[in-house]
Structures are given as C-alpha cells and as structure tokens.
Ligand binder design. Structure first.
Ligand code: ADP
Ligand code: MG
Length: 557
C-alpha cells in the first residue's frame, strides 16, 4: 500500500486562496483560462527542454491539451502532454508562492484585503483559481524523462496530500470536483463557448469530447486553430482574438489600448505582435527592474522572456511576442546580449511601438490622453535615453501650459508651435515643483501681459528631461527663468510708458539694494519680467535652473 503524505500550504498560499475564492466569484470563468494556459506553458517548456535533450519527447506523443467532463462524477478534467512535474516541483509549484510578484501583491494589499478582480487578474491567480469552482482538486503528473508519477490532492482548506501514482502518461491531468453551484461547466455549450474564447490563440490543439444527447462521447474534436496567433495573416484575425491573446499574455482583465502586428522579411525574418496596455499593472512602479511581458520565440518555440534584450527600458509597458526565424533555437541570454542582430531587432521594435503611439495620438486624442496618464512619464525617460528617436518621442510628449485649465489639460509641442506668435523664435517653458508653483510663478507675469503662452513643466522628471531636449521641429526650447528674454520682440505690455518712468526713478533703489545684497547677487536691475510681484531671482543663461539646484540640494549635493 502506497503511503499518503500530508503537507500544509504556506501561509501566503492560504491567503491567496481565500482572496481568490472570495473575490473572483463573478469572474469564475477565468479558471479555465488559467488551467489551459498552464497546460500550454507546460507544452512550451517541454518543447524547449527537448531542444537540448531530444530523449524527452522520444515517445512521440503529440503535444496537446484535452478538456473532458464526467457528468456522473461531476468532474472536469484538463489533461496535457507537456513537461509534467516531479515530486519536488509539485510541492514547490502548488504548495508555496514561488513567484515574487504574488508576494509583492500581498504586501501591497496590506491590511485592507480589498482586492478587486482586476487586481487579482493582473498577478495571475493561476492554478488556485480552480478552487473557485471546485471543492476538491487533484493533480496527477509525470515529468518528461521520469518513470515516477505523483498524485497531489487538496480541498483548498489549508492542506494537500501527495502519493505515488502508477501508470501515468507523460504530462499532467488536473481534475476538478465541481461545486454544487458550478455544475453548468459540465454542459457542452458552456464548455465550448469558454474554450473557444480562451484557446484560439493557443499554439497546441485543444480538444473537447463530442456530445450526444447532452452526454460526452469518446470521440474528440479540436476546437481551436492550434496555430500561433502571430503567424496567422492579419486579415484573418479578429479584434476579439487579439484581445483574448493579450489577456492571456498580459494577465490582464482589461482590453489592450492598441496593438501592432507585423511580419518582416528580408535580411532578418521575424514576426512581432506588440500590445500597449490600457492600464499600468498594480506593481508597475515597484517592478522597474523586473521586465516581463515580451516573449521571445524562435521558429514558434518559446525560448524566454526577453524584454530587456528586445526593447529599451522606457518601453517597459509593452507586452507581446517576437518570433525570429534567424536566431538559433539554443540561443542563451548571454548570446542574446552580444548579438548584433538583436540591436537591429530592438530598433525595429522600438520604431513599431513609437509608430503605434503616433497613430493612436493622431486617430484618437482622448485614447492617447489615457495612455499618457498611465505611461507618459516613461516617454520622458525616453527623451534622455534614446537619442536616435528623440524627435519622434518629442512629438509624442504632452504638457500643460499657461492656457491649460488644469494640470491634466495637456497639449503636444506641435499644438504649441501652431499657436506661437510670429515673432516668437523659441518654445518657452517654465519648470517648477508642482502645478501651483508653476502656474503662479512671477517669471510668467511679463509674458502673460504680452499674451505669450508658456509650457508649464511641473513634474519631477521634467527638469531632467528638458536637459536632453534642446530643440523640436527646428525650434529651440528656452527656459523663461534663464537669462534675458527679448520681451520687446514679443510685443508691448499694456503699461509701457509707466514702466519707462519707473526705470528712471528707480536708480537709487537699485543702488541701495546692491549695497545690502552685496556679494550675494551678481546684479540688480529693473526688469520687464514682472507686472505684479516686486522682485524675482533670475539665473544667468549658463546657470542651472533654480529647480535643479533645489533638487540637488535636497539630494545632499
Ligand atoms: P504561473 O502559471 O503564473 O506560473 P500558476 O499558479 O498558474 O502560476 O502555476 C504555478 C506553477 O505550477 C507553474 O509555474 C508551473 O510550474 C506549475 N504548473 C501548473 N500547471 C501545470 C501543468 N499543467 N504542467 C506543469 N506544470 C504546471
Ligand atoms: Mg498559470
């Protein structure tokens, strides 16, 4: 008699289980997506490992995913012929939270424990979603290349059991004992509609039993196209298919904002399908270094997540797939880093993303404004990091100005230039510590009096960014707080005569001020800058802007 061992779930697993079961009830269909997608990952992994060790697939069993139901036993089963799991992998993968993302998610959640479905979807509830619909789950699995099979079982209430299992085929079989209120998943039409929605982009055959008189028969049929979505012609792919693929790829409940699908043939052959999410993932700010979401395939075989090698850091919001026909199947991370081919690929992909954003910006300003709210700051990073694409990036920037209703009322540099006065030869901007500081800056008074529009760069990153952006569309960018502004050129203020008289009479005051301030200032002069405030500090052209000086001081310089 075989021994059955009992194990306790890691504390965090129980927490996740609880959250998943209680927050996702109204989204419970997702369990099938998660299980089919794990089965697909398992097939991907086997195909990849078999490159180095062909013996793993020597038995010739086709890579596939079968979904079955047993109305009598009230079970739903997902079977794959993928990589399978060893005993240790079963314990690690299904009993602990191996993924750092999940841990971070729980930390983020903190005491509130109020997770909405959207949030949970983003970190990928994965396997545990089975417990939304099942009161008992068993996993039978044999790892490719091993003779040992194992059975894992749990009712999701804190413990799982493990025992050896005889006669298993390679791969994994997951059996859900459906809850009383989840029996509709046994029905043919329900399964079919779910599986076709979620599996059309899966690159392996997904099969269902044929039904007769409402009962499953032994005959099976393949319900998906079983071809990598990105390899199919664009004209044959529906928006729904693209969206479903994105949700699978990006672990996102939301529809993507936009996508671009391309096939390149020439001295480099590759296909790419790139998505811009509508919303930043919950952990986006925290995960600056963990760059996932761009998958590298070589000739349809998944090789690795390789966002770092394929896109610049400032485009880390992009999700997608790149499938190369030229790279070797056994390409390693190290090799990728040193491949000239990859530099070209990277710049081609960067262009695709920037073109896509440009298209969204010109087709649908509101949609683009939504993108900007989520990811605009990253394009500002791009200005500093990507010299070659600076002009294209600058075209995509959005700023508020002295004409804006509020900080969210933004415009492009092209909009600004279109409104510039004929005599104005530079794009004028002011940097400041925040919206109100920018808006109320005395530096703007003389310009306002002359009806000159000024961009208000009031975000932290702006000062740094603008240091890399010296001109756009042939027009220099000029900080209105630096050096002399040729105000006469920009028209006369309403009170010109008064000012002339004032300058005459202010000679003594200026002398006095110089005496008092002494070495602390270079010069005191009567200025045309102000209309309301009595005085302001002005830097010389070569000085660092005030804001930057403050930043450096704050940082301890
Ligand atoms: P994720 O898929 O995001 O890693 P899941 O919770 O869906 O998270 O799955 C956890 C882990 O369990 C997977 O990473 C994988 O190692 C393992 N696993 C789940 N399902 C299978 C399967 N059908 N075959 C092999 N391994 C699996
Ligand atoms: Mg998964």
């Amino acid at each position: 008699t075989a021994t059955v061992e009992s194990f306790k779930f890691e504390a965090e697993v129980q927490q996740v289980l609880h959250l998943v079961i209680h927050s996702l009830y109204s989204n419970r269909d997702i369990f099938i997506r998660e299980l089919v997608s794990n089965a697909s990952d398992a097939c991907d992994k086997l195909r990849f490992e078999a490159i180095a060790d062909p013996a793993l697939t020597a038995d010739g069993a086709e890579l596939r995913i079968d979904v079955s139901v047993d109305p009598e036993a009230k079970t739903l089963t997902v079977t794959d012929t993928g990589i399978g799991m060893s005993r240790a992998e079963l314990i690690d993968n299904l009993g602990t939270i191996a993924r750092s993302g999940t841990r971070k998610f729980l930390e983020q959640l903190g005491a509130s424990q109020k997770a909405d479905a959207n949030l949970i979807g983003q970190f990928g509830v994965g396997f545990y979603s089975a417990f939304i619909v099942a009161d008992r789950v068993s996993v039978e699995t044999r790892r490719a290349g091993s003779e040992e099979g194992w059975r894992w079982a749990s009712d999701g209430s804190g413990e799982f059991t493990l025992e050896p299992a005889e006669g298993l085929a390679r791969g994994t079989r997951i059996t859900l004992h459906l809850k009383e209120d989840a029996q509709d998943y046994l029905q043919s039409w329900k399964l079919r509609s779910l599986i076709t929605t979620w599996s059309d982009h899966i690159a392996f055959p997904v099969t269902l039993p044929k039904f007769e008189d409402g009962k499953p028969t032994a005959e099976r049929e393949t319900v998906n196209q079983a071809a990598a979505l990105w390899m199919r012609p664009k004209s044959e792919i529906t928006d729904e298919e693209y969206q479903a693929f994105y949700k699978h790829l990006g672990h996102d409940f939301n529809e993507p904002l936009a996508w671009t699908h391309n096939k390149v043939e020439g001295n480099q052959n590759f296909s790419s399908l790139l998505f811009v999410p509508a919303k930043a993932p919950f952990d986006f700010q925290f995960n600056r270094d963990e760059r996932k979401g761009l998958k590298l395939y070589v000739k349809r075989v998944f090789i690795m997540d390789a966002a770092e090698q394929m896109l610049p850091a400032y485009l880390r919001f992009v999700r997608g797939v790149v499938d190369s026909d030229d790279l070797p199947l056994n390409v390693s991370r190290e090799l990728l880093q040193n491949t000239r081919q990859l530099d070209k690929l990277k710049s081609a992909l960067t262009r695709r993303v920037l073109d896509l954003l440009d298209r969204v910006a010109s087709d649908d300003a509101e949609k683009y404004a939504g993108f900007w709210r989520e990811f605009g700051g990253l394009l500002k990073e791009g200005i500093a990091e990507d010299h070659g694409n600076r002009e294209r990036l600058a075209k995509l920037l959005r700023f508020a100005s002295t004409r804006s209703e509020g900080p969210e009322d933004r415009m492009s540099l092209d909009d600004y230039i279109g409104r510039m006065k004929a005599e104005q030869d530079a794009i004028l901007y002011l940097t400041a510590d925040g919206w109100n500081a920018a808006r109320n800056s005395p530096q703007l008074e003389a310009l306002k009096a002359r009806g000159v529009e000024v961009l208000l760069l009031h975000e932290r990153i702006d000062e740094w960014m603008v240091g890399y952006l010296h001109e756009y569309a042939g027009k220099p960018l000029k900080n209105v707080a630096k050096g002399e502004l040729d105000l006469d050129k920009l028209g006369e203020p309403a009170d010109k005569a008064e000012r002339e008289a004032l300058k005459e009479s202010a000679g003594d005051t200026v002398k006095q001020l110089k005496g008092v301030l002494g070495e602390r200032v270079k010069e005191v002069r009567v200025s045309d800058r102000l209309t309301q405030s009595p005085s302001c500090l002005v830097l010389e052209e070569a000085d660092m802007a005030l804001h930057m000086q403050r930043l450096l001081k704050a940082a301890g310089h």
